[in-house]
Design a protein around this ligand. Structure first.
Ligand SMILES: Cc1cc2nc3c(=O)[nH]c(=O)nc-3n(C[C@H](O)[C@H](O)[C@H](O)COP(=O)(O)O)c2cc1C
Length: 178
């Protein structure tokens, strides 16, 4: 069983990537690959640029990584109540290969931010739109006040309630695959 996971952020110190690494570390007996959006950087999407260059190799590579997975875990960074430009740009390129970018994969969608709302606006957008793009959302969770609930030294969530919410989300996904 293969899990592909990534933070929808291109920040080098992404807190969503830290959350992804913590979350996949809780999984047992699965093959995990954590992607980094910086490996899939592309020119700003436009239909004119697409007419010039077609489907870029990096978009195909990212789309194929999703296709090779059994399930997906994504943690969304929130910029101005929405997706980061880096994620939206890559997603737009991938959607031109096939609008069902998520290829019918079951998925857990997470978000976190330093603030009290925990990226809940972008998460809500991601959850509600996923079915249109072939995503089967099994669980979603917004984690508020990341810096208060995560210990950087150990790389762990310190709040027991959030820990158990993450575990519960993971159970819903693994039971789907079994
Ligand atoms: C341009 C910009 C816009 C932001 N907008 C929001 C926002 O709307 N809501 C929010 O909770 N945090 C917002 N933030 C703070 C981010 O949540 C914070 O930078 C977080 O670390 C981003 O996640 P990442 O570290 O995984 O990239 C914004 C940050 C930037 C740079």
């Amino acid at each position: 069983m293969k899990v592909v996971a990534f933070a929808a952020s291109s920040s080098k110190n992404s807190i969503n990537k830290k959350l992804i690494i913590y979350t996949v570390g809780l999984l047992e007996n699965v093959d995990v690959e954590v992607l980094d959006l910086n490996d899939y950087e592309l020119p700003l999407f436009s239909v004119d640029r697409e007419a010039q260059i077609g489907h870029p190799e990096r978009a195909k590579a990212f789309f194929d990584k999703i296709g090779q997975s059994d399930f997906l875990i994504i943690s969304f960074a929130e910029h101005n109540a929405s997706y980061t430009a880096a994620y939206k740009n890559l997603f737009d390129w991938c959607s031109r290969i096939d609008s069902k970018v998520f290829q019918n994969k079951p998925m857990i969608l997470l978000s976190t931010s330093p603030g009290a709302r925990g990226g809940s606006s972008v998460l809500s957008t991601a959850v509600s739109s996923a079915p249109h793009f072939g995503g089967r959302v099994k669980a979603s969770l917004s984690i508020p006040s990341f810096n208060e609930n995560f210990d950087l030294a150990s790389g762990c969530i310190t709040n027991p309630e959030i820990q158990s919410q993450i575990m519960k989300a993971l159970e819903s996904l693994t039971s789907e695959v079994d």
